[in-house]
Design a protein around this ligand. Structure first.
Ligand SMILES: *[C@@H]1O[C@H](CO)[C@@H](O)[C@H](O)[C@H]1NC(C)=O
Ligand SMILES: *[C@@H]1O[C@H](CO)[C@@H](O)[C@H](O)[C@H]1NC(C)=O
Ligand SMILES: *[C@@H]1O[C@H](CO)[C@@H](O)[C@H](O)[C@H]1NC(C)=O
Ligand SMILES: *[C@@H]1O[C@H](CO)[C@@H](O)[C@H](O)[C@H]1NC(C)=O
Ligand SMILES: *[C@@H]1O[C@H](CO)[C@@H](O)[C@H](O)[C@H]1NC(C)=O
Ligand SMILES: *[C@@H]1O[C@H](CO)[C@@H](O)[C@H](O)[C@H]1NC(C)=O
Ligand SMILES: *[C@@H]1O[C@H](CO)[C@@H](O)[C@H](O)[C@H]1NC(C)=O
Ligand SMILES: *[C@@H]1O[C@H](CO)[C@@H](O)[C@H](O)[C@H]1NC(C)=O
Length: 814
């Protein structure tokens, strides 16, 4: 939750449009004053606004940001009972209760307070807190009721996330059902005070994720959390209260934490320049954050394959299950404990196991802690409660140790009880310390097929029901890839009829289908005889299942039955970008604002791949054919068949086999097989120039010279006439030449010969947003049509998802 650098990821948030012209009234209401649907309440500095908004025919009373991002709702009063029309009224009634009535006067929602006052007033504060107090109360902090005590899904600065141990007031977050439905969804994020308190995210009653306990500096499960320029944070744990809070470092940088309808816990920061929310950090970074993935005494290491292993001195409880990638039963001791004769093994660099069944003493030192643990035969481990200043306090565990993972940095120590005989042998070799080093070999994540099965099968029970009630499926945890039954797919595609065939992809045909609920899907069916196809299939499952972004195509699930292996995606009614920009007739359908939106969308999608999550993902085959368009012409990057991931600080890799598409491959990759994020940047640059010009780079021909598209763009740029590059079919729709010029410029910066010269996607996003000065580009790579790739390549035919032809080149590197 606390990355120190802002990750520039522009993200989808919950937006609505205010459809009724509203009149703002001052920040407070009294018994003589009400708020009706055509009025809003605005906080004194104008930071927040309270009023009515609608979502799919229903009306709600809510609070949203006013100065920035008026569409972002942070609190909703009547989540459970919506109004059916905009005629609600909010009033405050004696002795200090807020009530929301519908037009027939029925009570829809109310606040409650136990204290009675004569002159109540309700006020919207600049923190976004709606408070009720006595007009004559001198203490500005003495509230009868406040909305911060009953949060929705947004955690704002100044809120307390946790529990008042005296009154029992529990402030926790509940997700929306969907971005269109504010009613309480499945997910809750709550501070669990039992044992050593930790934040726990649940779906219904099932624990999905936990933060680990507070260790004085941060939560044990957020190793990246630390001092930063955006927000400060702290944790209070005493006899009366236990809560987590954060404050803004500088009021000019606004940030909030939100529990999304899909169970993701994300922190966003508002970037004024781009006028958008940027994903700053996510609580769940990878699969190892899945609660208890490896069971009791199992440990999860993300860059290991498989990720689960047993702690030293333990073995899989059911080896057969373990081999099938079902690690949930965890591990068991090879040598039983013997109470007083036991000893302890130290593990380092880990996320502390679940602390719900623990005991805390803040004043003991580590030696007393050890003694206490040894004395209690059911104590299984101990460590310092607080790691500051060399460590203090005592935290001891009873019962099984669950949900342990290893970190590259900022992990913690744990002293685990072992039979003395075990310590003599295996564990001692390495001092019992789990080496938490980064195994940075590319492709480590390409797991075996068993993993694919596992990904698909894990939630089988749930899946069946979600297929029936289809709408809920998209909200499932992204790693619980739903498994579709073959019969469902056969039905949906009319038994894979020719009429439903959308095209032929790299690993087999693609069909359109319609599920029972009416949802349209695209089904990629793996041809039985394709070895490359199987690899790409696995790759796609491993990557796409983990990724969720509005500019990446969404994998809805998979189907594996007998010989059949299929991937099921959301259907993109407008096919791929190449169908528009390179088609003389259809190119007029994409005007400049749309094209610009597409360029920005692709940039955001790539940025997400490059910067979000601890896995840096290089797509390696970005091209017009792999950019699909939804019904609103929003771009979605697809086809992760040859994507690769980087781990930790590694930023480039080498491959013998160059795969990709002519015209989009960067020079260092084509010639030396070296790929990095900058290879994607190169492909992006080509794509931008193609979108601007309406011409393919590959096969480009100009009557006056033998330059390719990049060369031609460069020549026009040098001559000072870059606008001649622009596709005539969008000329009429130019808003400002400035925006076009900027795009040409950015495109040229991305295709520079030397990858050091090319900007990162984060810089590209900023530059496209109209900010920052643009350096002068140098001459692009592959200036002329005769590119080095052509020399000794053997080409194999490969058709893209959309059914449009492209070429995959395989070159033996050196
Ligand atoms: C409300 O209005 C009545 C008269 O309409 C007035 O007597 C009363 O003082 C007002 N109350 C408040 C709290 O302003
Ligand atoms: C808007 O508010 C005014 C009072 O300010 C009220 O008279 C009017 O009926 C309201 N209109 C609607 C459409 O609610
Ligand atoms: C809100 O209501 C207006 C009409 O009152 C309608 O045009 C608009 O589509 C509605 N918005 C949503 C999100 O339902
Ligand atoms: C007000 O709410 C009640 C109870 O939900 C409902 O029966 C009534 O139809 C609502 N009135 C209007 C005008 O929506
Ligand atoms: C407020 O209402 C809730 C639910 O109805 C109830 O549990 C709680 O005790 C009430 N609080 C006060 C202060 O009356
Ligand atoms: C907050 O940010 C603004 C604008 O970046 C800057 O001018 C101001 O000095 C900052 N204030 C503090 C206290 O750092
Ligand atoms: C914590 O440990 C100290 C030192 O051993 C002891 O004096 C104190 O009573 C303990 N507190 C609790 C709550 O057990
Ligand atoms: C551990 O054992 C003690 C007795 O030695 C017992 O009182 C306690 O309840 C046990 N705790 C757990 C969590 O089993």
């Amino acid at each position: 939750m606390g990355d120190s650098a802002v990750r520039l990821l522009l993200c989808s948030t919950i937006f609505f449009s205010i459809s009724i012209p509203s009149k703002s009234i001052p920040d407070s209401i009294t018994p003589n004053r009400t708020v009706t649907a055509n009025e809003t309440l605005v906080s004194s500095q104008g930071n927040f606004e309270l009023g009515f908004f609608n979502k799919s025919k229903n009306w709600y009373l809510g609070i949203w940001y006013k100065k920035i991002s008026p569409g972002t709702v942070v609190w909703v009063a009547n989540r459970v009972v919506p109004l059916t029309d905009p005629s609600g009224v909010l009033r405050i009634v004696n002795p200090g209760i807020l009530v929301l009535l519908n037009s027939s006067g029925t009570l829809i929602w109310s606040s409650n307070s136990s204290t009675l006052v004569l002159n109540p007033i309700a006020k919207l504060l600049d923190s976004g807190n709606l408070v009720v107090k006595d007009q004559n109360e001198p203490d500005p902090e003495n509230f009868l009721w406040q909305s911060f005590d009953y949060p929705s899904d947004n955690f704002l600065p100044g809120m307390k996330f946790g529990k008042n141990l005296k009154t029992g007031l529990d402030r926790y977050f509940t997700s929306w059902k969907s971005s269109e439905d504010p009613s309480p969804g499945d997910f809750t994020y709550r501070l669990d005070p039992s044992g050593d308190p930790q934040l726990i995210m649940r779906s219904g009653d099932v624990v999905k994720f936990r933060s680990g306990p507070w260790n004085g500096l941060r939560f044990s499960g957020f190793p990246q959390m630390g001092p930063n320029t955006v927000y400060a944070f702290g944790f209070v744990f005493n006899q009366e209260e236990v809560y987590y809070y954060f404050t803004l470092v500088n009021d000019s940088i606004v940030t909030r934490l939100v529990l999304n309808p899909n169970g993701q816990i994300q922190r966003f920061a508002w970037v004024d320049r781009t006028r958008g929310w940027v994903l700053y950090s996510s609580a769940q970074t990878d699969n190892c954050d899945t609660y208890a993935l490896c069971g009791a005494y199992g440990t999860c290491t993300i860059n290991r394959s498989p990720p689960c292993g047993c702690l030293k001195g333990f073995e899989a409880k059911f080896q057969q299950d373990w081999d099938k990638a079902d690690w949930s039963n965890g591990c068991v001791r090879m040598t039983p404990l013997d109470c007083r004769k036991d000893d302890f093994v130290k593990y380092s660099g880990i996320k502390l196991p679940d602390t719900r069944y623990t005991w805390v003493n803040k004043s003991m030192d580590l030696r007393e802690c050890r003694r206490t643990c040894l004395e209690k035969c059911n104590c299984t481990a101990y460590t310092n409660y607080d790691i500051r200043g060399g460590g203090s306090g005592c935290l001891i565990w009873f019962g099984d140790l669950i949900d342990i993972r290893e970190y590259d940095e900022n992990g913690q120590d744990l002293y685990m009880r072992m039979a003395a005989s075990e310590i003599g042998s295996s564990a001692k070799e390495k001092g019992g310390v789990i080496a938490a080093s980064v195994v940075s070999s590319v492709g480590v994540l390409i797991l075996g097929l068993s993993m694919v099965y596992w990904l698909c099968k894990r939630k089988q029970g749930k899946i069946k029901s979600s297929i029936r009630g289809y709408t809920s499926m998209s909200q499932k945890d992204e790693l619980e890839l739903p498994l579709f039954e073959l019969a469902t797919i056969v039905n949906a595609t009319d038994n894979f009829s020719e009429d439903n065939k959308l095209g032929e992809g790299g690993f087999g045909p693609v069909y359109k289908g319609i599920l029972m609920g009416g949802q349209e899907i695209a089904v990629k069916r793996l041809s039985n005889n394709s070895k490359q196809g199987l690899d790409e299939f696995k790759n796609e499952v491993v990557y796409i299942a983990k990724l969720q972004h509005r500019n990446l195509v969404k994998l809805l699930g998979c189907c594996i039955e007998g010989e059949e292996k299929m991937l099921i995606y959301e259907h993109m009614p407008n096919k791929s970008l190449d169908c528009f920009i390179f088609d003389g007739k259809r190119s007029v359908l994409l005007d400049w604002p749309q094209r610009f939106n597409i360029i920005m969308g692709i940039a955001r999608g790539l940025l997400y791949l490059h910067q979000d999550s601890r896995l840096t993902i290089i797509h390696r085959d970005l091209k017009a054919e792999n950019v699909l368009l939804d019904s609103e012409m929003n771009p979605k990057i697809s086809d992760f068949g040859i994507a690769r991931s980087f781990i930790g600080s590694e930023t480039e890799a080498n491959t013998k086999k160059v795969v990709g598409t002519h015209g989009y491959i960067s020079p260092e990759y084509a010639v030396h097989g070296v790929y990095s994020m900058k290879s994607d940047v190169f492909s992006f640059g080509v794509l931008v120039l193609e979108i601007l010009s309406g011409k393919r780079n590959r096969g480009f021909h100009h009557p006056d010279n033998d330059l390719n598209l990049l060369g031609h763009a460069w020549k026009l740029y040098v001559q000072g006439s870059p606008l001649e590059l622009i596709d005539p079919s969008i000329r009429g729709s130019w808003p400002t030449e400035c925006e076009l010029l900027r795009c040409v410029h950015v495109g040229l910066l991305c295709v520079q010969q030397s990858r050091e010269d090319r900007p990162s996607m984060a810089t590209v996003a900023v530059m496209l947003g109209g900010e920052g000065s643009l350096p002068r580009p140098k001459q692009p790579a592959f200036f002329t049509e005769a590119s080095p790739v052509g020399a000794d390549s053997s080409s194999s035919k490969h058709e893209a998802f959309s059914g449009f032809e492209s070429i995959i080149t395989e070159v033996e590197g050196r």
